[in-house]
Design a protein around this ligand. Structure first.
Ligand SMILES: NC(=O)c1ccc[n+]([C@@H]2O[C@H](COP(=O)([O-])OP(=O)(O)OC[C@H]3O[C@@H](n4cnc5c(N)ncnc54)[C@H](OP(=O)(O)O)[C@@H]3O)[C@@H](O)[C@H]2O)c1
Length: 270
């Protein structure tokens, strides 16, 4: 069951320094939830914390950390304990991307994608789930993507990381049936955030070529995600076109899809 806001309950939001994580943190704070905000850029987290405490009269704790560091889940759990906060909502949102041929990219970047989107999400779930189960109340939102419904050429690691997160969350959702804790995968299509500038390669050119109708704002996606989480949904895909795209991604022949995505990125490159 979705936890109600309480004095000591809090939502931990990863990647809260920008984009979707920032919007999800605001959406939860507006509903009265205390928040524990994490990402690497402390200045941005501090500014958001001040805004949320002022606007919504909630507690907003900032714990900067690098989620590719394996000690991050323990650091976050210790900070929550030190401030008497029970994490009853966990939002695994942090992520980074890269575009281009795998063989031409830095292996360190590819590994960071896996560590932040996959390993940290599993580790944080493992760290905070036992207490949620004990309280028989909690909710976990894992931010995947419509890229998780099929492999992508020129984006192999990012799409695979999202596929992992989607599959993991669907299995977990079912494992948790009847426990009072739920798990939801949020799978947005294109969202206007810094990710598109940071992903290098052809990302900016692909973004420039996408029609306006495909784009959603971080706030639209955050609302859909939080409402889906509250309703205990297994998967939330905001936007009709994205839902159709996800169906296509699951059922269209892989050889065709892969040729198509390779052609799109090649065209963006030229
Ligand atoms: N934008 C889209 O079109 C889109 C579509 C579908 C899914 N998504 C997913 O949505 C999630 C949020 O992305 P966004 O679009 O909001 O991009 P964004 O604005 O670039 O936000 C990414 C967040 O992840 C944090 N992060 C990155 N590496 C980190 C690390 N090593 N340790 C801790 N935090 C780290 C960043 O914070 P710091 O840099 O301060 O650490 C930032 O807060 C990602 O998982 C992404 O895959 C995005």
């Amino acid at each position: 069951m979705f936890p109600l806001p309480t004095e000591h309950g809090a939502a931990l939001v990863t990647g809260a320094s920008s984009g979707l994580g920032l919007a999800i943190a605001k959406s939860l704070a507006r509903r009265g939830y205390n928040v524990l905000l994490t990402a690497r850029r402390a200045d941005r987290l501090e500014a958001l914390a001040v805004e949320l405490e002022t606007d919504y009269a909630v507690r907003a704790l900032v714990v900067p950390c690098d989620l590719s560091d394996r000690s991050a889940p323990d650091q976050l759990a210790q900070a929550a304990e030190d401030h008497s906060l029970d994490i009853n909502v966990l939002v695994n949102n942090a992520g980074l991307g890269s575009t281009g041929l795998f063989q031409q990219s830095e292996i360190a970047l590819q590994l960071a994608i896996v560590r932040v989107k996959v390993e940290a999400a599993v580790a944080l779930t493992g760290r905070f789930l036992p207490a949620m189960l004990q309280r028989e109340r909690g909710a976990i939102l894992n931010v995947s993507s419509t890229t998780g419904f099929q492999p992508l050429a020129n984006n192999a690691t990012y799409a695979a990381a999202n596929a992992f997160l989607l599959s993991f969350t669907e299995g977990l959702h079912t494992d948790l049936a009847g426990t009072g804790v739920s798990a939801t995968a949020l799978c947005p299509g294109p969202v206007k955030t810094e990710l598109w500038n940071e992903s290098g390669g052809t990302a900016a050119a692909i973004a420039a070529g996408l029609p306006d109708v495909l784009w959603m704002t971080p706030y639209e996606v955050a609302e859909a995600g939080v409402e889906g989480l509250r309703a205990g949904k297994r998967v939330v895909i905001p936007g009709t076109l994205n839902r159709l795209g996800a169906i296509g991604g699951q059922h269209a022949p892989r050889s065709l899809l892969l040729r198509l995505t390779a052609a799109i990125t090649a065209a963006a490159d030229s």
